[in-house]
Design a protein around this ligand. Structure first.
Ligand code: ZN
Length: 81
């Protein structure tokens, strides 16, 4: 679970070993799996890979749920009962 550290932030710059400094990165879709998508981060300076990020299906569902309006719990529940 070492990838977890990348899960909760969107990287805009990462440390690049070739450039010896934090560089702006490009996000690139590397691999699409049934339950996750893996993104690769490329240094905009030298083009080398400086990190990866994994987005699981669960994360995507959470993101979608945040976009959608939350259904309010209300009197309808008691009516259905
Ligand atoms: Zn670089």
């Amino acid at each position: 679970m070492s990838q977890q550290q990348f899960e909760n932030f969107t990287a805009s710059s990462l440390y690049c070993e070739k450039c010896k400094t934090a560089m702006p990165v490009r996000e690139r879709l590397l691999l699409v799996l049934p339950d996750r998508e893996i993104f690769n981060y490329l240094c905009t300076g030298c083009g080398s890979s400086v990190g990866q990020r994994e987005i699981t299906a669960g994360d995507k569902l959470t993101a979608q749920a945040m976009i959608r309006r939350r259904p309010r719990r209300g009197p309808t529940q008691t009516l259905l009962h």
